[in-house]
Design a protein around this ligand. Structure first.
Ligand code: NAX
Ligand code: ADP
Ligand code: K
Length: 504
């Protein structure tokens, strides 16, 4: 699905209203009803007693008024408050009129902010996508009051004070929500680690925005879901043989880190590759042959680290990095690889650190190479970022400049493309924050590239399947108990879910 800016979200509302020949009040009623239902599905009136709804002067506040009315009608003990303002949006005013007699709208004042009991439910409907400047005065005081209260906060559309798609002004307070319930699509702000403390757990509820608008709106940001992946992974050919599915080469491992080579090898084998050869230093020979007997071992003459690039002609893709070292000889191997490879490359870990330490090598990067840095490795490649938004700018620029696909790993791994698109991943869990998870991803990506998938398809499918394998594995192990080797068992089922079914 697409990720829209705040301005595009307003356009989506307008397009929907026009297409349906309805009104903004009708859309507000629908959006707020979806939110009320979200609450009703989770809490009964005694579990949210009292419920305090805080409304701002715009349509976010209007949503709050509708939610207050509906929860009151559903038997909740509701109190509803509004910020004083010179003017309120027309739909706010209309919904103020619709408040039932037993539910008076109270105007907030700095001198008498309402007491919030620990077991209260707070609905934050102060500001949404219309926030236009930093919060000051009473609005800022109310946000701070909510943040000091021990109660659970559900934010409507956005935690108030947070911008949907740009960095926060430093001194502006932001509501720290337990849950943020947004309409139809996630906002960019939800996907960035720096906002996690404000957004809490985020959810989207469908409100029937125009399908046509959402399919056609120009954007370069996407949230990767199964719809976006449909048709990208072909079913296996009935008469396919091991030659059909490519021959991958992994350059991996050093003394003490042969495990990284094993993990990448097992992941590669589980991702459908026809043949796999693994080049490790000599110390890795017995280990690899024992723990991944399906792979061919091609050992380097050096005992402890990679020192020579093997002949590349047999291979249809090469992955380099898991567990290698930053030895001068290994840098030479990387340089030779970049100069001579005629097949797709995947670079990870110390291959990236070697690139960062020797930026002249970046000029040799073949087009469509996939790089898989975590944020620290990315910093070594592209320099320090001021914040998460700036890091995305650096990512776009880096991919454009080097015509590469860069997988910036994290909770919502972000794939940058040479065309300037950003794809945020939707699968995975914190159980995957464990040594070796990244090695598994390199194995998957190398296998998909070896099978002749285009770089974009391989990266999108590989990142998604890696996270999905983590989600499937965690059902058995729990998040804390998950280790990288568990991921390899579930890559097959994850890829199977994404495989294009045979149609009649
Ligand atoms: N598709 C959607 O996303 C829908 C969105 N709706 C709601 O509409 C909201 C957007 O409504 P609006 O555009 O009216 O915007 P908001 O209600 O988010 O805020 C705008 C109001 O706040 C004031 N304001 C902005 N920054 C301020 C500041 N720093 N200090 C004090 N006042 C400030 C503005 O003057 C204006 O009155 C969404 O967040 C959502 O809750 C729904 O009602 C309908 C569907
Ligand atoms: N909180 C999380 N939620 C989802 N995925 C995560 C989370 N933490 C880590 N991951 C995933 O686990 C992998 C970790 O890779 P990396 O940092 O290279 O680890 P290593 O070098 O130990 O293999 C990445 O693909 C990342 O996206
Ligand atoms: K809000």
């Amino acid at each position: 699905m697409r990720i829209l800016t705040a301005a595009q979200t307003r356009q989506a509302d307008q397009a929907t209203i026009q297409e349906e020949n309805s009104s903004s009040a009708a859309l507000m009623e629908r959006a707020a009803t979806a939110l009320t239902e979200w609450i009703l599905a989770r809490l009964s009136p005694p579990e949210a007693d009292p419920t305090l709804v805080f409304c701002g002067p715009g349509n976010n506040g209007g949503d709050g008024l509708v939610v207050a009315r509906q929860l009151h009608q559903a038997g909740f003990t509701v109190q509803v408050f509004a910020l004083p303002a010179e003017g309120y949006s027309p739909d706010f005013d209309a919904n103020r009129q619709r408040l039932p007699a037993g539910l008076a709208l109270q105007t907030l004042s700095a001198a008498a902010l309402p007491v919030i009991a620990p077991d209260a439910l707070v609905v934050d409907a102060l500001f949404g996508t219309g926030l236009s400047r930093p919060l000051t005065g009473l609005a800022a005081a109310v946000v701070q009051h909510l943040n000091q209260a021990p109660a659970r906060v559900v934010a409507v559309d956005m935690p108030s004070g947070l911008l949907a798609d740009a960095s926060q002004p430093a001194a502006s307070p932001v509501v720290r929500a337990r849950h943020t319930v947004s309409f139809e699509l996630p906002k960019l702000a939800f996907l960035l680690p720096q906002n996690a403390a404000y957004v809490g757990r985020w959810h989207t509820v469908p409100i029937g925005l125009s399908r046509q608008f959402l399919a056609e709106v120009e954007t370069n940001m996407y949230f990767t879901d199964t719809a976006l992946l449909a048709g990208r992974l072909p079913a296996r050919d009935q008469f396919g043989h091991k030659g059909t599915y490519g021959h991958a080469l992994l350059l991996a491992g050093s003394r003490g880190k042969i495990g990284a080579a094993v993990l990448a090898a097992q992941a590669c084998l589980r991702s459908g590759v026809g043949l796999l050869t693994v080049r490790t230093p000599a110390v890795g020979y017995d280990i690899l042959q024992t723990s991944a007997p399906e792979a061919m071992a091609l050992t380097d003459p050096a005992p402890d680290f990679l020192s020579e690039l093997p002949e590349l002609t047999p291979y249809s893709a090469v992955g380099m990095g898991p567990g290698i070292d930053k030895a001068e000889e290994t840098k030479h191997v990387l340089e030779q690889l970049l100069r001579h490879a005629k097949v797709p490359l995947v670079l990870d870990a110390d291959a990236l650190n070697l690139l960062g330490a020797n930026p002249e090598l970046l000029q040799l990067l073949p087009a469509d190479t996939i790089l898989t840095p975590h944020p620290k490795e990315f910093e070594r490649l592209a320099g320090p970022a001021r914040d998460d938004y700036h890091r995305l700018e650096l990512l776009r620029e880096f991919c454009r400049l080097h015509r590469c696909y860069t997988v910036l790993k994290g909770a919502h791994t972000c794939l940058g493309t040479p065309a300037g698109e950003l794809y945020f991943n939707s699968t995975g869990n914190p159980g995957m924050a464990t040594g070796g998870s990244g090695d598994v991803l390199t194995g998957i990506l190398t296998a998909l590239r070896a099978q002749h998938l285009p770089a974009l398809d391989a990266a999108l499918l590989g990142i998604y399947a890696h996270g999905r394998a983590g989600d499937l594995a965690a059902r058995h192990t729990g998040q804390a108990g998950l280790i990288a080797g568990d991921l390899t068992r579930f890559i097959g089922p994850a890829l199977q879910e994404l495989t294009t079914p045979d149609t009649f």
